[in-house]
Write a protein that binds this ligand. Structure first.
Ligand code: AP5
Ligand code: MG
Ligand code: ZN
Length: 213
């Protein structure tokens, strides 16, 4: 099963992708997480990506596409995956489609987690992230057992550099301009599913499970 998570920054793509990954045993592939791991490790890719991420802009397609295609060619992705944060532009979606077509394959579901902009800024300021395992928390809506420590792997949690309100505004603008057109793109392909992302995260997950089952 190949699943794409669509939605604005902070809509809950990562939160839901993690839950899908655990329930269905599919790898959770997040381009944002891959970039953050590279930034943490000080790689050349990380240095390049950080320039864009800190401004709330997209990392150029050439760079992003290569990383994604390498990742989904790994053996653990053979039976499917959940893509979170990719594709984010029409050209990225076209590259993915082409690569899948060559393998006689296709995207099964594109799930749009719908959350209006007004809710987003509030969510971002309370977010805490684990760069080691990709888990996401929220100080109010999804607190950890021990403050600042990942429940799943014990690493220290971070506040993302791009979660400042000014940067979140820039990310929302970029989303509406470059990423939102993907909703229509996948609708035309007949694989789009919409869920209300404003309700409790477990309710959001229940809606997704009924779509996938
Ligand atoms: P990326 O890491 O993908 O960030 P994003 O799309 O902006 O999305 P977020 O991770 O901020 O939000 P999310 O939807 O995953 O929400 P979450 O589950 O954390 O990308 C970062 C940057 O990398 C981009 O800006 C770009 O520069 C670059 N990049 C990445 N991919 C790229 C690509 N393909 N092309 C080019 N550049 C790329 O939830 C948010 C918070 O809300 C959490 O605290 C969570 O606990 C809480 N929450 C979740 N669900 C609920 C709920 N139902 N109710 C209440 N709280 C909730
Ligand atoms: Mg995320
Ligand atoms: Zn962790």
């Amino acid at each position: 099963m190949k699943i794409i998570m669509l939605g604005a920054p902070g809509a809950g793509k990562g939160t839901q992708a993690k839950m899908i990954s655990e329930k269905y045993g599919l790898p959770h592939v997040s381009t944002g997480d891959i970039f953050r791991a590279n930034i943490k490790n000080g790689t050349e890719l990380g240095k390049e990506a950080k320039k864009y991420m800190d401004q709330g802009q997209l990392v150029p397609d050439e760079l992003t596409v290569k990383i994604l295609l390498d990742r989904v060619a790994q053996p653990d992705c053979k039976n499917g995956y959940v893509l979170d944060g990719f594709p984010r532009t029409i050209p990225q979606a076209e590259v993915l489609d082409k690569a899948l077509t060559e393998l006689g394959d296709k995207v099964d579901f594109a799930i749009n987690v719908d959350v209006p902009d007004e809710n987003i800024i509030n969510r971002m300021s309370g977010r805490r992230a684990c760069v080691t395992c990709g888990a996401t928390y929220h100080v109010v809506y999804a607190p950890t057992k021990v403050e600042g420590v990942c429940d799943k792997c014990g690493s220290n949690l971070i506040l993302r550099d791009d979660d400042k309100p000014e940067t979140v505004k820039a990310r929302l603008e970029v989303y509406h301009k470059q990423t939102q057109p993907l909703i229509e793109y996948y609708d035309k392909k007949g694989v789009l599913k919409e869920v209300d992302g404003t309700v409790d995260m477990h309710e959001v997950f229940n809606s997704i499970v009924s779509i996938l089952s």
